[in-house]
Design a protein around this ligand. Sequence first.
Ligand code: AMP
Length: 420
Amino acid sequence: MAQAKYTTHLGMVDILPDEIRKWHYLENLIHEEAAKFNFEEIRTPIMEQTELIVRGLGQLSDIVSKEIFSFSRGEDNYVLRPELTAPVVRAYIQNHLDQRGGSQKLYYMGPMFRAERPQKGRQRQFHQFGLEVLGSSDAVADVEIIAFMIHICDKIGIKNTTLKLNSIGNPESRNSYKEALKTHLKPNFEKMSEVSQKRFEKNPLRILDSKEEEDQPFIESAPVITDFLSDESFSHYNKVKEYLADLEIPFEEDPYLVRGMDYYTETAFELISPDLGAQDALAGGGRYDLLVEEIGGQPTPAVGFAAGMERLFIACEELGIELGSEKKVDVYIVTLGEAARKWGVAQLPKIREKGLSATMDYKGRSMKAQMKDANRENAQFAIIVGENELNEGKFTFRDMKESEEELLTMDDIIKNLSVI
Ligand code: AMP
């Protein structure tokens, strides 16, 4: 095979027809289940203003400092969206969604872009689905979205996940915690990894995320953020845990769980799968009670999560779960000669009208090649038509799986097809 002259960019992949059925399956599942949870879909543009993402996620976040795809055109600075929480909040403010009344319960799916170093489970264009609840500070909202995330995994058959839970409190408690963390780490500064040393001044919480071996002893002995929570944060966190227990959703408290974006407050969580390798997070989220105000709206408490769709597929592969039905077509019309072809084209809509899929050869191939093609297409039935059949008004109706056939009028064939 000749090498392609043009290829996709690094970390960006085509989703080919052979893979599309699992995507359709997952997308349909999300639409159906989101409707049951009474969430409504929102679709925002692929590009946003750079300033929105910088402001929303934080200048020092990994995404903003090294992973955004941005470019300018004229006076405008564009960024390919790296995530959808900030864009959804932008849409909420811009379109006055608060005026609709109640909490806005929104969900989305689509491609996101981050210029990360590609590896298994990490692409530069990848897909997320996520839920956002705007306008509720109630722990019920936190728990409902966690329940949704786990419900989707359950439906697919991914049951061996771990829900990690933490509360990172409000900015005041987080600041006191940051100081305590720095005091704890300072005596060992020289022994810490280079990345952690870099994070020490500007973003010490991210040191807790470090996977570097030399950092682990200092992380394990670090103070925990939950000791710094205000009474209000503490009671919210307890409510979340209580409701999760009521729903019998198991969780592991991880006082060192911090999330990558600056906008998080209070509840933080991640869903981890042992089947993913190094990139083991299926989904992550939390509260972002200050973000709406941060980007120009009225103070509005909110909570959300995003899940990686490719990562769900990787977990499925590891677990031997096949999503989506196999490729098939209900009826393949096999024709011999021009008159039969003309007849065949006219029958296709009649079959499709019955809610079935139907196709025929598009290349004028021999009958043998058409039968081979019908098998390749995994046709359930074939209607075989030549000159004799046309003259007699009866056609060979072949059950491809059973290898049985009979001569029938088209009316009878349609009747037979109606009951499959
Ligand atoms: P985040 O928006 O960083 O909280 O990520 C939420 C989820 O999106 C993660 O748990 C992953 O499942 C998925 N994800 C994030 N970044 C990538 C990436 N570069 N490639 C594939 N999936 C990703």
